[in-house]
Design a protein around this ligand. Structure first.
Ligand SMILES: [Ca+2]
Ligand SMILES: [Ca+2]
Length: 200
């Protein structure tokens, strides 16, 4: 029985080990391309997929000008941004424990959103609800039909007016009250996220 099994094991090994090696090499090449793209910003993003932009988690503190930041390792036109909650809560009033929220402040029945994505000049780059034009923030709260402060994800839609981004692009994820310096002293907590871009 043993003399029968040994050749079979040898044949299986010959058939399968090279495949494992080639898969590993392919992964190394893919990783190398991504790292190279991150260094040079020369790789064109693959359209039609959600692509994670951050390597390290992005964390937002809701006061004292403490937005999370991310950049874009690829060249491409971004039609949407998806923020995926990892951990943590934020609040517009740390004295009220019921106000804690992933994306805003649970202060009324709408559990409004208070997250804004801007450029370095604090201009909104990705629309809040899909209908607002890019511009400056005046009111630090908004609601959405699809998302609220307890959602696991928050998606910003700009499919009708995609934004070109490359390795020089830097984006900021703000808590609205911190962004416009209004009533931020009583805020608290921290929320940490991953950032995905939908390239078109
Ligand atoms: Ca506040
Ligand atoms: Ca501030």
């Amino acid at each position: 029985m043993t003399s029968f099994l040994l050749p079979m094991v040898a044949i299986w090994t010959l058939l399968h080990v090279p495949r494992i090696e080639s898969a590993s090499k392919a992964q190394c090449i893919a990783d190398g391309k991504r790292i190279n793209a991150m260094k040079t910003g020369m790789a064109w993003a693959k359209p039609g997929y959600w692509t994670r932009l951050n390597d390290e988690k992005v964390c937002i503190i809701p006061q004292y000008d403490s937005p999370g930041t991310f950049s874009c390792p690829f060249d491409g036109f971004i039609g949407g941004i998806k923020l995926v909650h990892l951990y943590g809560k934020i609040t517009c009033d740390s004295k009220n424990r019921y106000f804690q929220s992933k994306w805003g402040c649970n202060k009324d029945i709408f559990n409004p959103l208070g997250i804004f994505i801007t450029d370095i000049h604090k201009r909104i780059i990705f629309n809040r609800t899909g209908s607002d034009p890019p511009g400056n923030v005046r009111v630090p709260w908004y609601s959405s039909e699809l998302f609220d402060g307890s959602s696991e994800e928050l998606v910003f839609n700009r499919m009708n007016d995609p934004v070109f981004a490359n390795s020089n692009s830097k984006f900021f994820v703000w808590y609205g009250e911190d962004l416009i310096n209004r009533d931020e002293q009583n805020n608290g907590g921290k929320t940490c996220i991953d950032v995905y871009a939908h390239f078109v």
